[in-house]
Design a protein around this ligand. Structure first.
Ligand SMILES: NC(=O)c1ccc[n+]([C@@H]2O[C@H](COP(=O)([O-])OP(=O)(O)OC[C@H]3O[C@@H](n4cnc5c(N)ncnc54)[C@H](O)[C@@H]3O)[C@@H](O)[C@H]2O)c1
Length: 347
């Protein structure tokens, strides 16, 4: 009998009909193109591109606005302060630095896609127990960041920041920036330095050490951990200026051997260090040259004009006007400095 029971379709092929694998196809461009066209894959690619373009153009207008055409970090560090290595380039900025600086700040806001909450940052504020520093800390905590204050309490006070004690997003370290420090943070605001003449002349060697060694330490930290760095410099870098008001392109009329040089020259060196770390080690750097700032928590007897007037008025003493009284100063309230200045510049 020839019939075979074969319920499972067990192989009944003869030796000659053995399975031969499909020959491998050679890859070629024309085959791929043909496949994409035949299977209409191209349509899917086009739809994907169209959706992505629509998202960035219409939902995220700042991506299409053309403001993002320059690297903001290097812009802020190099161009906003007109420290461009080429002096000729520097001079050409004279007419419009403020305008372009503003647009850079505006475009910075566009870094965070709309609708997405900003990731809270870990920030160290040196000199955070001082006048300006404590207001900056308030601002950073208020916007949801975690702040580590590093201060040696030379002119700063715990009372300036004690309202944050117990907040898990706040830490206070008693430390002198002249000594190295290792912390893991996203940003560094470097304010540590006595700011009023009474205080910085008290120990000039310590003042210049704070400005030079302290800044070097904090820049080294920024480089090591990849943190963005903001230096609070001063209008004193212009020395006894020969032009008013001072543009950022003006390099100053300075005295390296005077009794104020520990501060003025210290800050100038700190700026130099910051720019060298930016150019040489790619550290993202911001430099804020602060002019006279006043507001709550400023030291009442620091010898500066606003505090002098306020203190004398409170004590009902005659107000002292130095010289012929025709001197001019530029003043700002502390909340304008930390909000519109520091925080935006370092975004
Ligand atoms: N207030 C202004 O009008 C003004 C103007 C120009 C520049 N600035 C700059 O702004 C920054 C803050 O000024 P401020 O007015 O708040 O002064 P401030 O004296 O109130 O604060 C300075 C803080 O730094 C701390 N500090 C000083 N040396 C330190 C060190 N070696 N290690 C650690 N901490 C140290 C002090 O204890 C203090 O808390 C300074 O860098 C200053 O040069 C201020």
């Amino acid at each position: 009998m020839n019939a075979t029971l074969n319920h499972r379709r067990v192989d009944v092929t003869s030796e000659n009909e053995k399975y031969t694998p499909k020959p491998q196809k050679q890859w070629s461009m024309s085959n791929s193109v043909e496949y994409v066209l035949r299977e209409q894959r191209f349509v899917f690619v086009l739809v994907g591109v169209a959706i992505t373009t629509a998202f960035f153009l219409f939902l995220q207008p700042e991506f299409g606005s053309g403001q993002r055409t320059m690297d903001v970090s290097s812009y802020t560090a190099v161009q906003a302060y007109n420290f461009d290595e080429s002096y000729q380039t520097t001079r050409t900025f004279e007419t419009a630095p403020y305008k372009s600086h503003r647009s850079a700040i505006v475009s910075l806001g566009g870094k965070i896609p709309l609708g997405l909450p900003r990731k809270p940052l870990r920030i160290v504020v040196t000199g955070g127990a001082g006048f300006v520093g404590s207001h900056l800390v308030d601002r950073l905590i208020e916007r949801g960041d975690s702040v580590i204050v590093v201060d040696n309490f030379f002119t700063g006070r715990k009372e300036n920041v004690q309202h944050h004690f117990g907040n898990p997003r706040f830490e206070l370290i008693r430390h002198d920036v002249v000594e190295p420090l290792l912390l893991e943070v996203d940003q560094i605001y470097h304010l540590a330095c006595p700011a009023s003449p009474v205080h910085y002349k008290f120990n000039p060697i310590k003042t210049i050490k704070t400005n030079v060694v302290g800044t070097l330490n904090m820049l080294g930290l920024a480089k090591r951990i990849g943190a963005r760095f903001l230096l609070t410099s001063t209008s004193e870098v212009y020395g006894d200026p020969l032009e008013h008001p001072q543009k950022e392109t003006y390099w100053g009329n300075v005295n390296p051997i005077g009794v104020r040089s520990c501060y003025d020259e210290g800050k100038r060196t700190a700026e130099t260090l910051a720019m060298d770390y930016h150019r040489g080690a790619d550290v993202q750097v911001r430099i804020a040259r602060i002019f006279n700032t006043y507001g709550p928590r400023m030291c009442i007897d620091d010898g500066r004009v606003v505090s002098n007037f306020v203190a004398q008025a409170l004590r009902k003493e005659p107000m002292t006007v130095y010289g012929d009284g025709k001197q001019t100063r530029s003043f700002q309230f502390v909340s304008d400095l930390v909000g519109e200045g520091h925080v935006k510049v370092n975004q």
